[in-house]
Ligand binder design. Structure first.
Ligand code: ADP
Length: 159
């Protein structure tokens, strides 16, 4: 069985993230969506909130699991028994940081491979921080950007 990890902050999960998951599932049998509990970032949603948001979207899909991690990605990969890391690319601007991270992960575990999926053009401008900014000011109209349940949660956060 071909398994891979899709790590990220997912604060919150957007249609761009969903697009990457769906693309990756065409190539892999099982995907672990791994929510990083990065203490240096101040998240809007707790890891548990983010986990239940993603489970509401993919919970019925046997090919997807959602995990929270606060270790090195290389250690999580070892624990989950996969050597493949999925990341999404939106634009050239993503490349520098992704290249740096992929090389760092490979240094930590030479067998780790990073695989990049290119986003759909309609999501190429989407980022979680942009969503948070729009939600905080506008309070609505997010349906083209995030899944319905995430829009609902954003609205209640900023009420
Ligand atoms: P991180 O803090 O690890 O970058 P994010 O949740 O911002 O976490 O992103 C997780 C992954 O999804 C990254 O590889 C990022 O490039 C990718 N990604 C984010 N938004 C999009 C999008 N709109 N289309 C495609 N990939 C995306």
């Amino acid at each position: 069985m071909k398994k891979a990890i899709y790590p990220g902050s997912f604060d919150p999960f957007t249609l761009g993230h969903k697009d990457i998951v769906e693309r990756a599932l065409k190539v892999f049998d099982h995907l672990y969506i791994a929510i990083g509990a990065n203490r240096s970032k101040k998240p809007l949603f707790s890891t548990e909130e983010r986990k239940s948001q993603i489970l509401e979207i993919f919970g019925k899909n046997d090919h997807v699991s959602v995990v929270v991690f606060d270790t090195l990605l290389a250690d999580l990969a070892l624990k989950l028994g996969t050597k493949v890391i999925i990341r999404g690319l939106r634009a050239v601007s993503d490349f520098d940081i992704e290249f740096q991270m992929a090389l760092a992960n490979r240094k930590l575990d030479p067998e780790l491979e990073s695989i990049f999926f290119m986003t759909s053009i309609e999501y190429s401008f989407l980022s979680s921080s942009l969503i948070k900014e729009i939600a905080s000011m506008k309070g609505g109209g997010l349906s083209g950007f995030v899944p319905q349940n995430v829009e609902r949660d954003l609205l209640s956060k900023f009420q």
